[in-house]
Design a protein around this ligand. Structure first.
Ligand SMILES: C[S@@+](CC[C@H](N)C(=O)[O-])C[C@H]1O[C@@H](n2cnc3c(N)ncnc32)[C@H](O)[C@@H]1O
Length: 231
């Protein structure tokens, strides 16, 4: 699925203005009510936390992190989205550095490193958009302090696999926002595919939540908290 990365990036670039106009300053219902509450509970931001915001889009969550006292390095591979983020979040640019970086490229990721290690990393609803997550999991592990935490939310793979395959990783096209200019690539991976990558790297699973919306018995997304074990 790696060789579809450029195509995925082009779709995000084509949809960037639409995404920014729909998400606006405060984000949408989905993010505010389904994604954010558990992510924030699991992240438990404290004043002075040093946080990596992975695939930050137009920076809505980066801004919240900063307002809650964190210092943030936020990145996305869409140059246009990073431009939107810098414009929309101009009031927190003393606390958030926005960078263009491709999460599938380990060497690019390591350039996000600063003198001190991050003690927290977060990725809201992007794991299913990233063509290859192995470099990301490796880089996040390497850039976190011992006992550092990595929280991510993503499609719940058990209930969101439109190709009808569960165990086999596969790509499908879809819409993040109704009416967006181009369909985008989604990368389905089973739970074991995602979690074993994390476990093999040295993370342990510490908290897990499944989030339902209209159908209370069918979670559409999951929020995962991983901890970097001390070696
Ligand atoms: C559904 S949006 C979520 C944005 C943001 N985290 C939020 O919750 O508002 C997914 C984001 O992943 C980004 N993305 C996808 N693949 C990426 C990659 N390889 N490297 C960096 N960002 C990527 C997209 O550009 C997009 O901004």
């Amino acid at each position: 699925m790696k060789n579809t990365n450029e195509e995925s990036l082009q779709a995000w670039e084509a949809n960037a203005d639409y995404w920014d106009s729909k998400m606006g300053d405060n984000s949408n219902y989905f993010h505010c009510h389904l994604v954010r509450p558990n992510t924030e509970k699991f992240l438990d931001i404290k004043y002075g936390d040093f946080v990596l915001d992975i695939a930050c889009g137009n920076g809505n969550f980066s801004q919240r992190l900063a307002k809650n006292g964190a210092i943030v390095v936020a990145f996305d591979y869409s140059t246009k989205l990073i431009e939107h983020a810098k414009k929309r979040r101009s009031d927190v640019l003393d606390k958030v550095v926005f960078c263009v970086c491709d999460a599938t490229d380990y060497n690019q990721l390591l350039k996000l490193k600063r003198e001190a290690p991050f003690n927290k990393a977060v990725s809201n609803m992007a794991i299913m958009d990233i063509s290859d997550i192995e470099p990301l999991f490796k880089a996040v592990y390497d850039m976190l302090s011992d006992d550092g935490i990595f929280v991510f939310s993503t499609h719940h793979p058990c209930f969101t696999h439109p190709e009808g395959k569960y165990l086999t990783p596969c790509l499908h096209k879809g819409e993040a926002l109704r009416g967006q200019p181009l369909l985008q690539n989604y990368y389905h991976r089973s739970l074991q595919e995602i979690l074993n990558l994390a476990f093999n790297r040295g993370f342990v699973l510490d908290k897990f939540f499944e989030v339902a919306d209209d159908d209370a018995e069918m979670p559409i997304l999951m929020t995962v908290r991983l901890i970097k074990l001390q070696k």
